[in-house]
Design a protein around this ligand. Structure first.
Ligand SMILES: [Zn+2]
Length: 218
């Protein structure tokens, strides 16, 4: 499943590499969604391609029909978003000389960066791991958009991270340090290894989603 590269280039230029739904600038973190999925007879015709950001791509695909909440994106609506945005780009190019409100990369993209940082930080004893992008993604509601399996992996990575951070904190704290003297180095290493594995699982799950259906970023 791949759209024609030249046609994708043309489409990305037309939308200014901005998401057709939320209008955020995506840079290389741009995805091309099949508005009618292959499983439902959708083709690789460029007419079926919708340039979107990671967040909106999650929104489109992660509606849970077994537990319906909110409103599902329909193919018809997606086509209208595309048409509407391409029209704005063509007829009102002056909007691009004004500052956009939300031009940041998006909480889920930042979460990938944070998971990568934490993967490395796990190797250094004593340095606490970062949770700020996770907190931000939670606050913005981005985590709730994810598929249940992916959400579970990310939540479990961050609960391991929090546990490891608490352990580091206790080991460095004067009032609790002595009580933890018996805490074996091997136990710390085990915690770190578990945390690192949980981070790797969460990271690869998010990344594989990013790479799904996105030949445009090649
Ligand atoms: Zn978007």
């Amino acid at each position: 499943m791949a759209f024609d590269r030249d046609e994708v280039a043309d489409l990305l230029a037309k939308c200014h590499r901005r998401c057709c739904i939320c209008h955020r600038f995506c840079g290389f973190k741009m995805e091309t969604d099949h508005m009618r999925p292959a499983g439902e007879g959708g083709t690789d015709d460029i007419d079926n391609a919708l340039p979107v950001c990671f967040e909106c791509h999650s929104e489109i695909h992660c509606y849970n029909t077994d537990h319906p909440r909110g409103r599902k994106f329909t193919e018809k609506e997606l086509r209208l978003h595309k048409e509407q945005w391409l029209n704005i780009c063509k007829k009102n190019p002056e909007i691009f000389s004004q500052p956009f409100q939300s031009s940041d990369a998006g909480p889920l993209n930042s979460l990938i960066d944070e998971l990568e940082y934490n993967m490395h930080a796990c190797n250094c004893l004593g340095s606490s791991l970062s949770t700020s992008q996770f907190d931000e993604a939670l606050r913005k509601g981005s985590i709730s958009l994810l598929e249940p399996e992916m959400k579970k992996k990310i939540n479990s990575a961050y609960s391991e991270i929090n546990r490891l951070n608490q352990l580091f904190y206790a080991l460095n704290n004067e009032s609790t340090k002595d009580r933890l003297q018996g805490y074996k180095r091997v136990q710390i290493d085990k915690n770190k290894a578990n945390t690192k594995q949980a981070i790797i699982n969460a990271h690869s799950s998010l990344l594989s989603f990013l790479q799904k259906d996105t030949e445009a970023s090649e």
